[in-house]
Unconditional design. Structure first.
Length: 394
């Protein structure tokens, strides 16, 4: 949001303030800025009766815009604030979860654990009751009222990330977490940002996995892919299709087969290294193709591949199409650079200082450093030349 932007508070009363939960469970995650911003919203809540300008909030809290936006985003991540935009922006505050609910939340618990550690987190958990729970007879007091009534069972929506169902699907398949705590948290955030359910996330995880483990960075790369508006040659279109139809290892195997060689262990390790860096196989295939066509060696030039990969990473390349467009840009830049170098070289060769017909000795600051021996040799050469001109020499 910008300082000039306005927003309304949602209609109705402000949520109940639970200072204890905010300090104990939320504060380590959101920090001082988001904590102060939440209390500002709580204190100035007016039920949507008037607009509030962002500049007012910045002035009151003495925040810069970056601090404000980062704090607001943190409050949204932990579900204390929700923003809705239509003709205007409306801000809703949510009450903080109480301890038991917070510690059962598959997003908030890992976030808190990441901040305070496992030991401190365990200390916040309520003691488990001992013995068997006694259940009161509802029918004794409400006889007839509950007969035939269907109890509502709350199930996780298919349009939400459900870590329990996701875990069961992992166990049935061949995937595993690289790090359960961080992966579950990352999957939750991906589900929110891209509005994905657990089934869609599993399919994406399966497609982008590395050695049977979930690769969050490759999942993000796949989700960030955008259509590329470019005209590709028939040859480029062929390689685009092939790069998407098979793994990078299979793609390289076909390339090397054209020269009668096979993929080496070093090349396999290179592909694995690029995968762990977050590159999708289709991008890795284009990298390998570029290195393969660059020279006629039987081995892929690893240093060259890593050099181009570093450039791809800086440019945020996520698809084979973007990779080819970037290669075209690099080739054009190299061509322009070579032309400029050639032009500068020609200019230098034809500059007055290097090719002028005016002798050096006629220059204002010229200092004659010729030795007597050189002077004698020059004179003898001059005489010989004259003799040749007169036909007297050999």
């Amino acid at each position: 949001m910008k300082p000039s932007d306005f927003f309304y508070y949602g209609k109705g009363l402000a949520p109940q303030k639970d200072a204890s939960s905010l300090v104990v469970f939320y504060y380590p995650i959101i920090g001082a800025d988001a904590f102060a911003l939440y209390h500002y919203f709580l204190s100035f809540w007016d039920g949507g009766s008037s607009q509030t300008q962002v500049a007012q909030v910045l002035n009151h809290l003495q925040f810069g815009l970056d601090r404000f936006n980062q704090a607001l985003e943190l409050l949204q991540v932990v579900r204390l604030v929700e923003l809705f935009t239509a003709d205007s922006t409306t801000l809703y505050l949510r009450s903080p979860l109480e301890g038991p609910e917070f510690l059962q939340d598959h997003l908030l618990r890992p976030l808190l654990k990441n901040k305070i550690g496992e030991v401190a987190l365990k200390a916040l958990e309520p003691a488990k009751p001992q013995g068997q729970k006694q259940v009161a007879d509802e029918g004794k007091f409400f006889k007839g009222l509950l007969v035939g009534e269907q109890r509502e069972v709350v199930k996780a929506s298919f349009n939400q990330f459900d870590p329990v169902t996701f875990q069961k699907r992992l166990e049935k398949g061949s995937l595993s977490y690289a790090n359960r705590d961080t992966d579950v948290l990352a999957l939750e955030l991906l589900a929110r940002e891209y509005r994905l359910n657990w089934n869609q996330l599993y399919q994406l995880a399966e497609e982008t996995a590395v050695q049977g483990q979930i690769a969050i960075n490759r999942m993000e790369a796949k989700l960030k892919q955008k259509p590329v508006a470019a005209n590709f040659s028939p040859g480029e279109s062929f390689y685009l299709k092939e790069s998407k139809a098979q793994s990078a290892l299979e793609f390289l195997g076909q390339l090397k087969d054209t020269r009668g060689t096979s993929v080496t262990d070093q090349e396999r390790a290179l592909i694995l290294s690029l995968q762990k860096q977050g590159f999708l196989d289709e991008v890795i295939s284009i990298l390998l193709l570029l290195a393969y066509n660059r020279d006629k060696s039987l081995q892929i030039n690893e240093r060259y591949v890593l050099s181009v990969a570093e450039d791809f990473q800086k440019q945020g390349i996520t698809s084979a199409e973007e990779a080819i467009v970037r290669i075209q840009q690099r080739l054009k830049q190299g061509s322009v650079s070579r032309k400029q170098t050639s032009f500068n070289k020609q200019k230098k060769q034809t500059s007055p200082a290097s090719s002028s017909n005016v002798p050096n000795w006629s220059q204002k600051n010229y200092v004659d450093q010729t030795t007597p021996e050189e002077m004698k040799a020059r004179e003898e050469e001059r005489k010989r030349m004259f003799q040749q001109m007169k036909g007297e020499g050999n």
